[in-house]
Design a protein around this ligand. Structure first.
Ligand SMILES: O=P(O)(O)OC[C@H]1O[C@H](O)[C@H](O)[C@@H](O)[C@@H]1O
Length: 291
């Protein structure tokens, strides 16, 4: 495929192919494995995404950072402990369908045809549209190609570069329900406190927000606009869990925060035979000019 000006192919040391996008509005990098955006920086804004400095981009290994796509299940497989955490889309090789560059930005379309497999007896077509502009947009569509319903849980597992987690506030959660994944069954259906959420220890929550979520960092305020989602995951591993994660530095938790646009927990979806569902998000930064 002939790529437009400003879009170039590259390959990691271990052979993973990526696309680098340079546009007057923003720059970005996207790996074909997992259709994973690993870098995004709008012109005149700080970098949006956290990417582990220990990541070495190997075939069939999940990339730690950017926006992994968790699909077709979020977290552990419901019945099969040997199945990969967060599904297999993030370690599958996607196809680049098209790249369009305009004055407003660059739009990429990637696809993943999925055939039935032992841990997922369905067939589906996945399409991801990535919009690189003064903001980053992702839209993931699942088309059920089979003749039975499929149950889908998924997330756009965005890691944000928040520079200093102690100065971060998460807004938009006032009064909403959440499942505290650290408490198991006992943590289901809790009520978020009034006011913004600060992170001062390990947090792993599925929240069911009733308004848009925002993230305040030392250098930018981030607004998330979502479609097709009634859940989000808020995650920071903090000190102890950091040591157990692959490709994650011991102090990595200090500068990252995941706020994942999702269909998970009570928001998992049933996609009928022949039907489609789209999960979409836009991340818009507003510089605070504080630093
Ligand atoms: O290590 P991973 O498989 O990438 O998962 C990283 C994290 O993803 C989500 O945020 C989950 O809620 C966490 O429980 C999990 O630890």
């Amino acid at each position: 495929m002939q790529l437009p000006k400003g879009v170039n192919r590259g390959t990691s040391t271990y052979g993973l192919e990526y696309l680098d996008i340079e546009h007057p509005k923003a720059r970005a990098r996207i790996f074909l494995q997992g259709a994973q955006v690993t870098e995004f920086q709008a012109t005149n804004q700080p970098p949006l995404l956290w990417l582990s400095p220990e990541e070495d981009f190997r075939p069939a290994k999940a990339i730690r950072g950017g926006v992994p796509i968790c699909w077709p299940w979020f977290g552990a497989h419901a019945a099969n402990a040997a199945a990969p955490a967060h599904g297999f889309a993030r370690t599958s090789l996607w196809h680049l369908e098209g790249v369009i560059s305009r004055d407003e930005g660059v739009t990429l379309t990637l696809s993943l045809p999925v055939a039935a497999r032992p841990d997922w007896p369905h067939s589906a077509q996945l399409t991801l549209t990535v919009s690189i502009s003064d903001h980053l947009g992702l839209a993931l569509t699942t088309h059920n190609l089979g003749d039975t319903d499929l149950v889908l849980s998924q997330a756009l597992h965005s890691y944000f570069d928040v520079q200093d987690i102690t100065q971060v506030q998460i807004t938009g959660l006032r009064g909403c329900r959440y499942d505290d994944q650290l408490l198991g069954e006992a943590g289901r259906g809790l009520l978020c406190a009034e006011g913004p959420l600060n992170v001062a220890g390990e947090v792993d929550r599925i929240v069911y927000p009733r308004q848009p979520i925002g993230v305040t960092t030392p250098t930018y305020d981030l607004a998330l606009t979502t479609q097709g989602s009634a859940s989000a995951v808020i995650w920071n591993p903090w000190l102890d869990k950091s040591a157990r994660l692959s490709h994650f530095p011991a102090d990595g938790y200090k500068s990252m925060l995941c706020v994942e646009t999702a269909n998970c927990g009570a928001d998992a979806r049933v996609i009928g035979a022949g039907a489609s569902h789209s999960l979409a998000v836009e991340y818009r930064q507003l510089s605070t000019g504080k630093n």
